[in-house]
Design a protein around this ligand. Sequence first.
Ligand code: 5GP
Length: 179
Amino acid sequence: MAQTIQVKDKTFAVSIPEAQIQAEVRRVAKEIVRDYQGQNPVFLAVLNGSFIFAADLLREVDMPCEVSFVRLASYQGVSTTGEIREIMGLNVDVTGRPVIIVEDIVDTGLTMAHMLDTLRRHNPSSIDICTLLLKPGKLQVSLDIRYCCLQIPNDFIVGYGLDYDGYGRNTKDIYTLVQ
Ligand code: 5GP
């Protein structure tokens, strides 16, 4: 495990080693299997950041389920409400189905709040949030996060799917920006 890595112009130090990530992913997968037995949920993994987390999590989820990938596209709204986010690629019918959103990180929570609003219009029977990381100190909206692997401080992190300017996603550990 490299203690520090260089991603473009910035240096990052290892903060969450692979073994700890994997232990937490397995714990959360067990909780989901316990809670969703016989319910046939749809996992919606939010690209790009959650691709590694989703791959590891879903391989630990030993029950019938569907997995789909969505992307959040941002548009500049024509109204004064500002940015509008739409879910792109929702190609599975979630009507009447339990949905579990798989996200890399909840920071302010605004992205997740938009996601919930949009998803509710597709009438799933329930929606739960499953996030790899949560920065409780940054949360600006009230969110009921049922599944969370790790809570972290407010610092910027990369690795295990998360990027800095498109780079740094392909590591096994998670790294924090060195100021
Ligand atoms: P939120 O809407 O909760 O503020 O932001 C969520 C999104 O911001 C995440 O899906 C992620 O793309 C990005 N983000 C927030 N904090 C970090 C971070 O520390 N590192 C990286 N790489 N992305 C982050």
